[in-house]
Structure formats: C-alpha cells, structure tokens
Design a protein around this ligand. Structure first.
Ligand code: NCD
Length: 309
C-alpha cells in the first residue's frame, strides 16, 4: 500500500494498521533526511498549510511548523490561547476564513472534542487533528509508537502501561488505539478517579499499584496531571499523588529489569515524574520530540498525495 486510506487525519480510531505502517515507513525516510546537513526537501512547494491553535501548545505547534517547512510548504499560523472559545461560533468563523484563504491543509488544535471532524465536513481542505479536547491526539500516538519501535525494534508483543490522568487525556485514547492496532498489550495505572468509563470497552486493564504496573511493563508512558482540566478534586494533593504514583529513580532501581520511560510533555517535574528519571538513560523523551517531526512530515506528505486538486 502506498496511499493512506483516509483524506484527513482525525483520529487513530479511524486509521487502519496498514496506514500506520505506511506512516512509519515514510517517517523512517524523513528521519534520515532531517539528520543530514540539508534538512529540507522541495516536495510540497505548491501546498499551503494553515496551523490553527485554539489551545496552548509548544512542542506540537513547533513540530508541525518545522515538519511543514522541511517539506517546503507555505505556512500560515494562527494561535488563540483564549480559554473562552465559544462552542460553534469560533469554528464557523474559522471555516469561513479558511474557505477564503484557499489553503490546502489545516492543522488544528481545539478544546472541543470533534472539532477537527466538524471542520473536515465543512471545509474543502485536508484536516489534521493536533488534539481535540480530551478526545484524540493522533500524531502524538503515532510518534509514541514509532519511538517504541525505534527503541525496542517492534511494537507488537510489547507491554505498555500508561500512567496518570487518563480521564482528561487525548494522548491516552489515541495511544490505546494505536498500540492495540500494532499488537501491543496496553494497560493503565493511576487513581480510580482519573480513569474513564470506556476502559472496559477497549479491554484496557487497570493497575492501582505502581510497583506492580512497572514490574509488568516493558514501557511506561507517564502522563501529565492536567491541572487546567481538574474541575473537581480527583485526588487529595499533588504531594500525595507524587508519593503514590510518581515515577522516580528509587522505584526504577527496585525493578529487576530496565524499562523504557516516555512522556509526551510538558512534564510537571517532581509530580508524575522525577528529574532523575526524566533525564536518565531510561528516558526516551527527547527522542519522542525528534521523532515527532519525522512523523508529522510523513503524515503531511501522505495526506498531500491524496489532495483532490
Ligand atoms: C499533550 C497534549 O497537549 O495533549 N502534549 C503534547 O501534545 N505534547 C499532553 C499534555 O498536555 O499533557
């Protein structure tokens, strides 16, 4: 297969395993290119991409922009960090703006789940979801699985535990779909109050004991406690969370094997992850960032090939 089965990247749920494998194969090539002295290819010189960020982002926004520029696309950026985005209204505005700007592709992060899908049904452009509320963050899951494949040779058969605030995490849901499609076994660990109801339907088991979870897994993907989304108190205090669920060197040293530690960033150092682990040779956090650019180049390149001009 040399073409994606989709015209938009809205979720991992609607991707096929073959799509993910094609994205990884394409990203392997782009990773080689971005590690050469000349990091740029002229491939997308006739393509215009709009990056619309209605929510804060550092890594994801920079990573998409770099990926687009390394493919020689024309890029326009819009960011609004306003938290009072009114449902519907802003998106309709956005739609009208995009229609008149004649862009080919839109990369959008938005606080409302389903926003990217809504856009894809109303705009004549290819849409890439860069995170829609607590729903999905497909390129993050792709770069996470790609990084596991890089580090451990394959994803199939690996045991991955996702630790922390699953309830508010789009990274978690996209990771469940991606890891399961690639044949990994995925479980979660954290306080029951931070676990979503859908876990059973995805057949994702839950550890409440961090030591047990760490002894089981090959890879621990540690998530940020999403302080900005905690509308009620889900646990007594950050100090207590760090004591019970924090991943630190003492915990890793107590295991009989070496495990791989990941984090999508931004890290709350000293809460979900201690600095001596984040900066240790267990951690592939900076590899994830590097791989993110290659994965996003691959996604944009493959979607551009499906554009109906
Ligand atoms: C994640 C996000 O924004 O969903 N970060 C990211 O994209 N690198 C996770 C988070 O905010 O904790």
């Amino acid at each position: 297969m040399s073409k994606l089965s989709v015209d938009h990247l809205l979720s991992i749920e609607n991707l096929k395993k073959k799509d993910i494998e094609l994205i990884f194969k394409t990203a392997d090539n782009f990773k080689r290119i971005i590690n050469q002295p000349i990091k740029k290819v002229p491939t997308l010189r006739d393509i215009t991409i709009a990056n619309l960020f209605f929510e804060n982002s550092t890594r994801t926004r920079l990573s998409f922009e770099l990926a687009e520029k390394r493919l020689s696309a024309d890029v326009v950026n819009f960011s609004s960090s306003s938290s009072s985005v009114v449902k519907g209204e802003t998106l309709i505005d956005t739609v009208n703006n995009i229609l008149s700007m004649k862009v080919d592709m839109v990369v959008m992060r938005h606080p409302n789940p389903g926003a990217a899908e809504f856009l894809s049904r109303n705009v004549n452009a290819s849409i890439v979801n860069a995170g829609d509320g607590a729903h999905e963050h497909p390129t993050q899951a792709l770069l996470d699985s790609f990084s596991i494949r890089d580090k451990l040779g394959k994803v199939e058969g690996k045991k991955v535990v996702i630790i922390g605030d699953i309830l508010h995490s789009r990274v978690a849901l996209s990771n469940f779909h991606c890891l399961q499609k690639l044949g990994a076994e995925v479980r979660v660990c954290g306080p029951s109050t931070l676990m979503p109801k859908y876990l059973d339907s995805l057949n994702v088991k839950h550890f409440t004991d961090i030591k047990e979870a760490m002894s089981w897994c090959d890879v621990a993907n540690v998530l940020r406690i999403q302080l900005e989304r905690q509308d009620v108190n889900y646990f007594p205090s950050l100090r207590e969370y760090a004591m019970i669920y924090g991943v630190n060197k003492k915990l890793l040293d107590s295991l009989e094997k070496q495990i791989v530690v990941m984090h999508p960033g931004p890290i709350n150092r000293g809460v979900e992850l201690s600095s001596d682990v984040a900066d240790s040779d267990h951690s592939i956090i900076l590899d994830q960032v590097e791989n993110g650019v290659a994965i996003r180049m691959a996604v944009i390149y493959l979607l551009a090939a499906n554009l109906k001009k």
